[in-house]
Design a protein. Sequence first.
Length: 255
Amino acid sequence: MTFRPDRHVHILIVGGGAIGTSLAYHLARDGAQDVLLVEKAQLTHGCTWHAAGLVGQLRGKKNLTRLMQNSVAVFDRLEQETGQAISWKKVGSLRLAGSDARWSEIRRSMTQAKSFGVECHSMSAEDAKTHFPYITAEGIQGAAYIPGDGYIDPYSLTMAYAKGARMNGARIEEGVCVEEIVHDNGRVAGVVTNGGTIGCDILVNCAGLWAKRVGRMAGVELAAGIVEHQYFLTEKKLSFDPGLTTLRDPDNNFY
């Protein structure tokens, strides 16, 4: 059966979180035409709104590190480009080693950092305390410090990406839920939504929490799952300097 949608776009993005809006922004900024992003509720409704927002550039592989370096370059200019505040704080990061094995691992990663072009410094526990005074030096073998890391507000970042995408011609529609992906002659032809049908040449799944479900609509089983995390609620009187270095303590599963 031939699919006859109510309307047609070139690129259809499903999901309005940080990833979907980033894709819309970069595609539109690079000249892509007829880009539409649909979000089933409101932007940042899924994973994005409660993400920690930590920005760490060093990864185990060079291509992933380069991706993070490129992200930092975007964060450095995005607020000025769009006029939308993103609360990007380039305050640096500390990664602690609480065991000899962890310290060996971190020192190997610092060697990688140099080869990947990431500025990284080895620190003693006492030196680390000058950047993050709330830690105790006892039991810490050492730390890696990356001055170009930091943290960002995921909600504000998403809004800036969305604004930048619109400024460059992309469209974003909230309250549009994809209910079915339509195939025609062996390929994805479009989607059925709660507001009608949309044809597309290219469909991109950026649905986050619901990415596995959307993938199944297309006949694709994604190797993805939902992982539960925890966070602390503190008294309001506890306040931290927004310029405080971010901290990762992998031995205690804490950041």
